[in-house]
Design a binder for this molecule. Structure first.
Ligand code: SF4
Ligand code: SF4
Length: 321
């Protein structure tokens, strides 16, 4: 019997999601046995034109990681949508925008000026920036258009399922692949893990006092966190109350607070706002000055509260740039 055809594609991301596939270890043999790859640029030499000539919906499932940052990524995401029965947003960047989505605090002009002119190691006296078309004596050279705004995958194409995480844990990947192959799938639009907050399954939850209050905020890099205690109870920001569980508490087990890569649970629209409201309810300061001091101790609020979710949040991007 013919095996189902599968594609993997990589948009704006660090490549960690591709590593996560390799992290399947011997389980990758189950996947290789069960499917036939038709596009996987990081591992195999298929060309875009190989996909373009395929009949519509002939690919059983395409796993797309990374946010949409440029016109090539948008084009291939749309092509894969046309050729695939199912699209899975694979990992935090495709799902929520991820770390590349933090670029939405600037626009293309600012990013180009920083990257190609203002960095101390750059010499660019003529302000030469990447162009979509460059005429050369040998012909036209083209580059994809770099967009002003980073988008999530579902802000670009219709997405069937989401595999969360930076990167998705191997057990969730293999469960998702097997569920897809057996047709045993939840409702369209589901995030393929549990729908409860990380705090609900965190072993440190029981160390939280009945009335949790914090008087100051400490940075994880400035303290040695007690490996038995809830980070929030120690005054260290941990996004567990606003984050969907299912990762196996990977960071907590390494004595690092959660930064929210699994995104919010179903009911939460804006994860940063949700966490801020949880934080506001446990802060114990007596006057405005103390409050200001506490707020100032959070050096990068957007980077902390929206580390993985800015493009999918209500804010989406810095306005007016
Ligand atoms: S806030 Fe963090 S450390 Fe505390 S219970 Fe929740 S996930 Fe665990
Ligand atoms: S603890 Fe938080 S940041 Fe770490 S893997 Fe889990 S969801 Fe992601």
């Amino acid at each position: 019997m013919a095996k189902p055809l599968v594609a993997f594609y990589w948009c704006a991301s660090c490549g960690g999601c591709e590593e996560a596939v390799v992290d399947l270890a011997e389980d990758i043999l189950k996947v290789v046995d069960a499917v036939e790859f038709r596009l996987w640029p990081v591992a195999m030499d298929f060309k875009y034109k190989d996909v373009e000539v395929m009949p519509d919906k002939s690919i059983a499932v395409s796993f797309i990681n990374g946010a949409i940052r440029n016109s090539e990524q948008e084009h291939i995401a749309k092509l894969l949508r046309q050729k695939s029965q199912l699209i899975v947003a694979f990992g935090a960047c495709a799902h929520l925008g991820g770390i590349p989505g933090l670029a939405n605090i600037a626009n293309r002009k600012e990013i180009f000026e920083t990257a190609y002119k203002n960095t101390p190691s750059t010499v660019n006296p003529n302000s030469v920036y990447p162009k979509t078309v460059t005429e050369t004596p040998f012909g036209k050279l083209t580059l994809p258009e770099f967009y002003d705004t980073v988008k999530t995958l579902d802000q670009t194409i219709d997405v069937d399922y989401y595999l969360p995480g930076c990167a998705p844990p191997p057990n969730l990947i293999i469960d998702a692949v097997m569920a897809i192959l057996s047709g045993n799938l939840p409702a369209k639009g589901s995030v393929l893990t549990v729908d409860k907050a990380l705090c609900d399954t965190c072993v440190r939850n029981k160390s939280k006092p009945d009335k949790l209050v914090i008087k100051d905020i400490k940075r994880i890099s400035h303290v040695i966190a007690d490996p038995e205690k809830c980070f929030l109870a120690e005054g260290i920001i941990c996004l567990g109350p606003a984050t969907r569980g299912g990762c196996g508490e990977r960071c907590i087990n390494a004595n690092m607070p959660c930064r929210g890569c699994f995104g919010p649970t179903k009911e939460v629209k804006d994860m940063g706002a949700k966490f801020l409201s949880s934080l506001a309810s446990i802060i114990d300061v007596s006057d405005e000055k103390e409050m200001e001091k506490m707020a100032e101790s959070i050096l990068d609020p957007i980077g902390l509260f929206y580390m993985y979710t800015l493009p999918s949040s209500i804010l989406k991007r810095k306005q007016g740039v």
